[in-house]
Design a protein around this ligand. Structure first.
Ligand SMILES: *Cc1c(COP(=O)(O)O)cnc(C)c1O
Length: 450
């Protein structure tokens, strides 16, 4: 890891040895924040007019990259380099189209307390830091990057914790940001201690890109502290196999050795990883480092990302090239985060290709078409949701029943809803205006968003 190339680069950053280089605070202090420094450190030269155009980009979307992450760039072919593309601005970031949205996931709208996004029934996203050691050019929260006004202080974090404390359905808290590992160990420990003291919080997840962009942040002290607050899960964000350097793999091993299950969230990015071969290598290398590929995201509609977007068909093609072709453990779920705040929607190639009363016809990854004979004698259980009278044994304390939501409601035996109707559906609004006594009014409970 500490080689001659890196020594040159470190010297140009102002370091004279491996000791400073592997100190994460040194890396943050020496982060590259201007085009000129980027050129000098990487020993590359841009045309004057390109540099001037990029300076404009930086006024809207600032630049910040750790010397470590920069050292992964292949200087000989930097324009095509996946690390360069994720860290160096592009003039296309200012091509903001009418379809772009500043907060496409409506995270600010679904926020009942400072820093909290509560979108799903049983878990919340908790933005505990708006700082990052490196600004990903494809960041979905680009609108907030470098915004000094939204650094959460302890008082506003305490309000978030308070919300979780008084909301008993929250059993899973995802610490996100920014990067939560930009906070000091003490600060993180304070957060974990507060959250652990809440009885209904079952698991805590940390979303961080540190293993990718600043692996030296994963110190023995950090992992020794984290493991006191188990169950802790960590999700990280590798996008290209080249990012799994020796230092990155060592950081992942430290986390895994501390008993922390690791997941990875990849974003599908044009020019970086929109290739089945690259993606297969990435997921296989992750599994080798004990990281479970968790999600592959379709690139969001955030402003300034249009040059990174691929069509959804590219994602489906990649899934087609993974499923069956490599270990199931290495296959992530491909998701589109619904614009407007509907949450993550999984998409898959079609494997069930036809049905008859007694048979399902399926195809496998090789194109072999097969059929599965349905059972002749399945005794359907009419579920009235009275688990105490059911032969299937649940008998679990605290397995509390919850209301049916969405499609689940349409499928249930115990519910007579026959439609899910958007609340502002014009056809239903017309009905309620013309027919006061309408029996199928969406408000009567037969059809609602539940
Ligand atoms: C992604 C996300 C979660 C977690 O979703 P999982 O599918 O449980 O990983 C929770 N809240 C918000 C707002 C999210 O975007």
């Amino acid at each position: 890891m500490w080689n001659d190339d890196m020594k040159d680069l470190a010297l140009r950053c102002g370091s004279d040895g491996a000791k400073a280089w592997t100190d994460w605070r040194w890396q943050i202090r020496h982060s590259v924040r201007s085009i000129g420094t980027f050129e000098r450190v990487l020993d590359i030269r841009l045309e004057d007019d390109e540099r001037a155009a990029l300076e404009q980009t930086l006024k809207t979307f600032p630049l910040c990259v750790t010397p470590y992450y920069l050292s992964l760039i292949d200087r000989e072919d930097f324009r095509n380099d996946p690390v360069f593309k994720q860290s160096f601005p592009s003039v296309h970031e200012l091509d903001i189209s009418k379809d772009d949205i500043s907060d496409p996931l409506s995270e600010d709208k679904d926020s009942p307390a400072p820093g909290i996004t509560h979108r799903y029934p049983d878990r919340v996203l908790f933005h505990v830091s708006n700082l990052c050691s490196m600004y990903c050019r494809h960041c979905t929260r680009k609108r907030k990057v470098g915004d000094k006004d939204s650094v959460p202080d302890r008082a506003s974090l305490a309000e978030g914790i308070d919300y979780i404390r008084r909301t008993p359905q929250v059993r899973d808290v995802l610490l996100s940001g920014g990067d939560p590992l930009m906070l000091s160990d003490d600060h993180i420990e304070w957060l974990l201690k507060e959250l652990r003291a809440i009885p209904h919080v079952e698991i805590i997840r940390i979303g961080t890109r540190m293993p990718v962009v600043l692996p030296y942040r994963i110190t023995d002290e950090l992992t020794a502290m984290l493991k006191k607050y188990h169950p802790i899960w960590v999700n990280t964000h590798f996008n290209h196999p080249r990012e799994l350097s020796k230092s990155a793999r060592r950081a992942l091993a430290r986390l895994a050795d501390a008993g922390i299950p690791l997941g990875n969230q990849t974003v599908l990015l044009a020019g970086v990883n929109d290739c089945p071969r690259i993606m297969r290598k990435l997921v296989q290398k992750l599994v080798q480092s004990r990281v479970r590929p968790y999600y592959m995201y379709q690139c969001d509609l955030s402003e300034g990302l249009s040059h990174f977007r691929t069509p959804v068909s590219k994602g489906l093609e990649i899934m087609e090239c993974l499923i069956g072709h490599t270990s199931g453990l290495a296959v992530p779920t491909y998701v589109i985060d619904a614009p407007g705040g509907g949450g993550k929607i999984p998409v898959m190639p079609q494997y069930a290709i036809s049905w008859a009363t007694h048979k399902v016809v399926l195809r496998n990854f090789e194109g072999v078409i097969t059929s599965y004979k349905e059972p002749d004698s399945y005794e359907p259980i009419n579920c009235d949701r009275d688990c105490d009278k059911c032969q299937l044994t649940l008998k679990l304390d605290g397995a509390v029943e919850r209301p049916l939501i969405g499609i689940e409601k349409l499928l249930a035996d115990s519910d007579d809803a026959i439609t899910l109707v958007p609340a502002d559906n014009a056809r239903y609004q017309r009905r309620s205006q013309t027919d006061e006594a309408a029996t199928d009014d969406p408000e009567d409970g037969r059809g609602s968003l539940g």
